[in-house]
Structures are given as C-alpha cells and as structure tokens.
Design a binder for this molecule. Sequence first.
Ligand SMILES: Nc1ncnc2c1ncn2[C@@H]1O[C@H](COP(=O)(O)OP(=O)(O)O)[C@@H](O)[C@H]1O
Ligand SMILES: [Mg+2]
Length: 341
Amino acid sequence: MPCVCMRSLRLRQPIRKLLVVLGTLALATSLQMVFLSAMQLVPFMLFHAATFTSAWYGGLWAGLGCASAGAVIGNVFFLKRLAGSSFSGDAIVATLSFLAVGTVFSLLSESRLRALRVAAEAVRLRETFLSVAGHELRGPMTALQLRLQILQRRPELAGNSDLQAARRNVARMEVLTRELLDVARLQKGRFELQKRPVELGELVRQVIARMSDEAEATATSIAFEAEAPVQGQWDPDRIDQILTNLLLNALKYGRGKPISVRVERRAAKAVLSVADQGIGIAPADQKRIFERFERAVPEGSYDGIGLGLWIAREIARAHGGQIGVESEQGKGATFTVELPI
Ligand SMILES: Nc1ncnc2c1ncn2[C@@H]1O[C@H](COP(=O)(O)OP(=O)(O)O)[C@@H](O)[C@H]1O
Ligand SMILES: [Mg+2]
C-alpha cells in the first residue's frame, strides 16, 4: 500500500507542475487577448507572471518550459502585430530579454526549492531520530527500573540511599524519554485520540496512587477531592499524561508542601485542577511556560527541559479543551485543565 501511494505521489507531482505551467500560460494568453491594446506596450508582461508562478511552484524545468512556450505564444500571436515580424531587431531583443529574465528567475526558484527540500528532510530526520531514540531507550529503562524495584525490596537494601538515588535518576530519564517521544509524535501529526467513556475522578485516583513513590521521595502529600463523578468522552492515557506532567511539576516545584487535586463539573465542562504551595510563577512567565522548551527557573536549578506543559496543552487542545495557570511568585501555582464533556 505505501509503495502504491509513493508511486502515485511521484507521478502526481510532475502532472501538477505541468498543469500549473499550462494553466498560467492559458491565463496569460487569454488576458493578453482581452486587454490587447493596453498590453501592446508590454507584450511579455503577463508571460513573465506565468513564468514566475510556474518556476516558483515547479522549479527550473517548469520555469524554463513556461518561458519558452510564452516566447513562442508571444511571438506568434502578439509581437508580430507590433513589430511586424518576429525576426525584426526589436522583436528579437524583446524575446531574448524575456527569456533571460525567465531563466534567471527559474534558476533562483530552483535553488529556493532545493533549500526547502533540504530543510524538510532535516526536520524529517530529526523527528525520526527522536522517535527511534525514544523507543529504543524506553525498553532498557523500564527493565532497569524493574530491577531496581526488585533490589529495593530486599530487606538489607531497603533504605539504601544509593539505590534510592539510582531509582530517582532512572525515573527522571523515563520522564525525559517519554517527553521526547511525545514531541516526536505530536510533531508528526501521529497524535490520534482514542476516546472512550472515562470517569475523571477514578482516573485521577489511579494516577495519584501510581505516583505515590515520587510523592514519598519528596515527603509531599497529595490530597484529592471530587464532589461527584464526572463522566466524559476522552482518551484516558492522554488525560493521565496531562495529570502526570502537572503532578511531576507540583512535586518538583512544590517545595515539599501539600498538593491538592480537584475534579469538578462546571456547566458542560470537566475541570481538573492541581494546586501546590511551591515557588510559584511570575506573571510575565505564565503564558510562555506552555510553549516548547520554555522554562521559568534558572538554568541548572531544577532538572527538566520545558516540554511537560506544552505536551499537556496540546493534549488538552486536541480534546477541545484548554489549560491555564493562576499563580503568585513564592506562593504556589494552580494549574487548571478544562475539558468538554
Ligand atoms: N507547579 C509549578 N510551580 C512553579 N513553576 C512551574 C510549575 N509547573 C511548571 N512551572 C514552570 O514552568 C516551566 C515549564 O514546565 P514544563 O513544561 O513542565 O517543563 P520542565 O518541568 O521540564 O521545566 C518550568 O520550567 C517551571 O519554570
Ligand atoms: Mg515538567
């Protein structure tokens, strides 16, 4: 199937270029005919436009083809009336100038298209690299995490600080690789939601339970509050990811103070909020932290690369929802996710 698609794509491209050349030539010829007297002083003007368009779209050969055809049409239908013959000195100079401009423009367009192709290839390579590296790293990392968990269960190693440090570092690396993989997925547009009925409170409870290790490591308590069940059609793995990212941040930037998570229903929206009492975010930074690689903490002070909130925002948007923050520096932050029900 991919092979057939590639072949038809490869065929479609030259056909499209040819159609652009023919279309622009037809348009230039008909406009030239309609405005015959007005165009007498600049007989090749419209054919220049046709050549520019063809070269810009199709590159060197489309541009040269259009210029040559334009020179012939211009001579046969329009120039003869003006100069008497295509072989008069004036007609030859006009035709050669037209061809020269067309050739230069076609060459320039070709180099522009080549640069675009190189850039597109570089982006493709980077995305492939990110997703392959992410996939390949995840396997050994999960295995390592499991081994460390098994080791930690041994009574003689239970409180071993080296082992705890190793687990924390592997967990960090897991977050990083997951984020890189998500970025690759989001950029490739391979981001398909698997929506199904979800009870948000239940999902939140599961995520909090799963993160108890991380909470314990920083001696942070996570309280959860939900007035009533909030049911909706969402992709549970993705919502899990939003909450995981918000909780990891609250643990990281929360200075060990209690975190509270809330689920409620407001009109036709499910609202999930994560509040901490940590370092907070200055008003000037509150918007940009949702962008890729944007961080509001000094380099080297907290680990991370600034992708978690961007991923969370993209997932919320893909669901037709949104994410925002309210915060005062030094007084904690409350992140709120709104999802349509
Ligand atoms: N709960 C929070 N409290 C204070 N600052 C936060 C919080 N969550 C996020 N931030 C700020 O937003 C930035 C971007 O967050 P994120 O995209 O998760 O990246 P990372 O955590 O890798 O830095 C963080 O670097 C931090 O400056
Ligand atoms: Mg983060």
